[in-house]
Design a protein around this ligand. Structure first.
Ligand code: SAM
Length: 225
């Protein structure tokens, strides 16, 4: 999602109390509990877009701290506006490229990772940029606590098939997998829809989802690569 450049979005972000500012990011690894002021678990959404999913999750689970990560200012601005309408103490935003995620979280600091409708990067030469690629899984392996889980949803079947194919070589395993989330009575219970999910499911596209964890080989595989 790349909205038209919105004049002033950078200035709004720079002055927003909901955004952890770029200048303090180097101090953040290992400090997230202190930043939130409590010991609650930390869950993050990478590529949150306008923030509907993470805002709904944070409202429903005040006992969990949420961090929404988004690369583009014009998109993050929408999530900030949502927070201005309904402030939540357990939600913070980062404007950054997820490629640099290792510089903001300490090993094992994150309890759960959500990837929702990640950009497909359809060209083979851009496969490394896909958020569920083995390169990103190696990064998630560092920041996610040992028994932590990662959830991924998309309507893009080619991207989902790619993501499933990355699991074994990266040392992860699927605990849950469906090619039609909304058609699965059990799995859809409690599902929080994202902006893209609303749009694409309304068009009749089935939604794929997996929940994954490490097999115990993740770190070793990543080093071998
Ligand atoms: N998750 C939202 C949803 O499901 O409605 C938005 C999906 S949109 C297709 C993907 C979002 O991920 C875009 O807002 C894009 O800017 C962001 N994104 C893509 N690559 C990213 C990266 N490397 N780091 C941070 N954000 C990224």
């Amino acid at each position: 999602m790349r909205l038209r450049n919105i004049t002033g979005s950078r200035e709004v972000i720079a002055g927003s109390p909901y955004v952890v500012q770029e200048a303090v990011l180097p101090d953040c690894p290992g400090k997230w509990k202190k930043i939130f002021g409590n010991d609650a678990p930390i869950q993050i959404e990478i590529g949150m877009g306008k923030g509907k999913f993470i805002h709904t999750m944070a409202k429903a689970h005040p006992e969990i701290n949420y961090i929404g990560i988004e690369k583009y200012s014009s998109v993050l601005l929408r999530a900030i506006q949502k927070m201005e309408r309904e402030e939540l103490p357990n939600l913070k935003f980062l404007r950054m490229d997820a490629e640099d995620i290792l510089s903001v979280f300490a090993p094992g600091e994150v309890d759960r990772i959500f990837l929702n409708f990640s950009d497909p990067w359809p060209k083979d030469r851009h496969a490394k940029r896909r958020l569920p690629s083995r390169e990103f899984l190696a990064r998630y392996d560092v920041i996610l606590k040992k028994d932590g889980k990662l959830e991924f949803k998309t309507d893009n079947r080619a991207l989902f098939d790619f993501a499933v194919g990355e699991l074994e070589p990266a040392g992860w395993q699927a605990e849950v997998i469906t090619f039609d989330l909304h058609g699965d009575e059990e799995l859809v219970r409690g599902n929080v829809m994202t902006e893209y999910e609303e749009k694409f499911s309304a068009q009749g596209n089935p939604i794929c989802k997996y929940v994954i964890s490490r097999t115990g080989m993740a770190g070793r595989r990543a080093q071998v690569k």
